[in-house]
Each structure stands twice: as C-alpha cells, then as structure tokens.
Design a protein. Sequence first.
Length: 117
Amino acid sequence: MEHWSVEDYKNFTNGTKRKSKYKANKVSIDGHTFDSQKEADYYCELKLRLQAQEINGFCLQPTFILAPGLKYKADFIVFNKDCSTEVIDVKGFKTKEYIAKKKVFEDKYNLKIKEIE
C-alpha cells in the first residue's frame, strides 16, 4: 500500500476542486449559492414571476422540523396569488434520505412537495 504525504496529494490534485457526488456544480447568483445550475435557473424563473406579479413571493431554503433532531430543507417555498403555498424541491437525483424525509414531511404537514426535475 502506498502512502502519500499531504504535499504529494496536493501535487497530484494540482489544486483542482473536488467534483460533486452527483455531478452538479454549485452556482452563485445575487449572493446566494445554489447546489446546481437547475436550482439557480429555477430561482431566476421565480424572480421573473415575482416581477411579473404572477406570485406574491418566495423564500429560499425554508427549513422544516420533522422530529427532534430531524430537519428537511426545501429549495424554495412559493407564495401564490390565490394564497396557496408550494414547497419546491429541484431534483437531479433522489437519495434514499430525501425519499424518507419527503414522506415524513408530507404526512406531518399535509402538504405535497412539488419536484422540479
């Protein structure tokens, strides 16, 4: 087994950034960092919808308590003109953890998560 020093590893990686597990690249817009280009695009779409007065507003990364020590962080919550709300999750890949939290969230809050794929 070969052992590398920290210096050897740095030389090997050549200062390159670590790739995302799901091949998504983080994107920054308006001082907010999004986990993927798809999520950033949806944010831009929401900004346009707000400007066109199609929605009352939206919120980034709302956190919901599912149980003590267990949280679900959605990507967005959208406040519609008819006073309804939509919990939005922009998905490239559904992890087992997400699927489990989605079920608990929907049962506890009696709301559906709208997935943008």
